[in-house]
Design a protein around this ligand. Structure first.
Ligand code: DOR
Ligand code: ZN
Length: 448
């Protein structure tokens, strides 16, 4: 029955795409809304028009017995591309996002060359506009020679991730550069995102050593230092906090706290000691630190993947030589849905931390079930599967979550159009979008 339904939906794709141009009506039938109500969701022009009993739609998708979630907004994705196409391209990375129920990504600026000028921002936008299957925003890099004002006007969303400690393709910035950035960002009412770490010299040859050289105490200290420097009071966003202590240190004013799936689902004990597949910054911690981090679940604003694709070949290298980073945009919500299945967390929490809060921070219309909401959804079956690398779409070609429980979406909808259906991708055409920016989400400083 389910297979049959999938086939019917597939056959309707041409209709779906036409629907947007012809402003036809899509109905999601019998959707279980969090809170318990069952309603039909009527969609037109990329937005939810009505939630309740619907008339006949031009296209209908049966959702009874499924879980329908507002699609995810992932505020921390390294799309690479350019000279790093072997690791990821906009096409492979954005398809990976869709297959994981994510329809909006924020790209990070530690590209090669680094994204620090308005010209590079413009080139990045043009490249993504022609390749991406998801909505996207672009962040600008913070370095001593970055043109912050130029990038703000070129339409970046946030400044950073700003490396308070060094990481792959990211140099640590000095306190002076950080304060100057804080002053400017505060003036524009912008957002400064921070990679908070302190790093010691030493023989970085195992996961235990990696954790020791980039310790929790250094992460906490870096958070405190950044907060102390922030007298201009720019809006801060702490990326990938890896410990309960760092979360507590970052509970301050209006700073946002992001945690990654890898720090919630993996610990250094998950891997052989010298296995670089577990090498990431900040490092995977011990199992007890991981558990304490999960205990802070309610203080986490955003789950962001820090999708940092490196190839299988690179990650199989000697521990010293292998780059740090873990791919995760496709497995982020499916892993969390696995926890929902196991009753460890609730669906409203998943929606809040992967969709509502990040969309609010990004300043876009929320995806959701109410009239006027953005019609971006992912439809999940009611059963667990195990993650296999072969079923994933990132060019990285590996996953540290192999064999773990997850629930993957069968279907993803962006702007009222089916863009992912059981393995097939369809590039959305948002020409109906009256804002005229298509898939790109420009920042508030954008001047045409
Ligand atoms: O492990 C990491 N890899 N941490 C970061 O902050 C950057 C990322 C990358 O870009 O590969
Ligand atoms: Zn980082």
């Amino acid at each position: 029955m389910e297979e049959e339904q999938g086939r019917i939906i597939s056959e309707q794709h041409t209709t779906m795409i036409r629907m947007v141009q012809g402003q036809e009506i899509l109905v999601l039938r019998d959707v279980l809304i969090p809170g318990g109500r069952i309603a039909d969701i009527t969609i037109s022009n990329g937005l939810v028009m009505h939630a309740g009993a619907a008339g006949t739609g031009d296209v209908e998708i049966a959702c009874r017995g499924k879980m329908v979630l507002p699609a995810g907004t992932d505020l921390h994705v390294h799309m690479r591309d350019g000279v790093q196409q072997e690791k990821e391209t906009w096409k492979s990375g954005s398809q990976s996002a869709l297959a994981g129920g994510v329809t909006v990504v924020v790209d990070q600026p530690n590209t090669i060359p680094p994204l620090t000028t308005p010209e590079r921002v413009q080139e990045r936008v043009i490249r993504a506009e022609s390749q991406s299957y998801v909505r996207f925003a672009i962040n600008g890099g913070v370095t001593s020679d970055a043109d912050l004002a130029g990038m703000w006007e070129a339409g970046i969303f946030a400044f950073g991730e700003t490396f308070a400690g060094p990481s792959s393709y990211g140099e640590a910035v000095s306190g002076d550069v950080l304060v100057q950035a804080m002053e400017q960002v505060a003036r524009w009412n912008g957002l400064l995102t921070i990679h908070a770490e302190q790093v010691s010299e030493g023989d970085d040859s195992t996961l235990v050593e990696h954790d020791r050289l980039r310790p929790v105490t250094g992460e906490v200290q870096a958070v405190q230092d950044v907060l102390n420097l922030n007298t201009p009071e720019s809006q801060l966003y702490f990326c990938h906090l890896s410990s309960a202590d760092a979360i507590r240190a970052a509970v301050h004013g209006t700073a946002y706290r992001e945690v990654t799936p890898h720090h919630l689902f993996l610990s250094l004990e998950t891997f052989e000691p010298d296995d670089a597949h577990g090498k990431v910054n900040p490092p995977l911690r011990s199992e007890s630190v991981r558990r304490d981090l999960f205990a802070c679940w309610d203080q986490i604003d955003v789950i962001g993947s820090d999708h940092a694709p490196h190839t299988r070949k690179e990650k199989a290298m000697d521990f010293h030589a292998a780059p740090s980073g873990i791919p995760g945009v496709e497995t982020m919500i499916p892993l969390l849905m696995g926890w929902v299945h196991e009753k460890k967390i609730s669906i409203p929490d998943v929606i809040s931390k992967t969709s509502v809060r990040p969309s609010e921070i990004l300043g876009i219309r929320p995806a959701g079930f109410s009239p006027g909401d953005r019609a971006d959804f992912a439809i999940y079956p009611n059963e667990l599967t195990q993650i296999t690398t072969e079923s994933l779409h990132s060019a990285a070609g590996w996953s540290p979550y192999e064999g773990m429980n997850a629930v993957f979406p069968e279907l993803t909808i962006l702007g009222g159009v089916v863009v992912f259906d059981a393995g097939d991708f369809f590039r959305p055409d948002l020409s109906y979008d009256r804002n005229g920016t298509g898939l790109w989400v420009p920042g508030r400083g954008y001047c045409l």
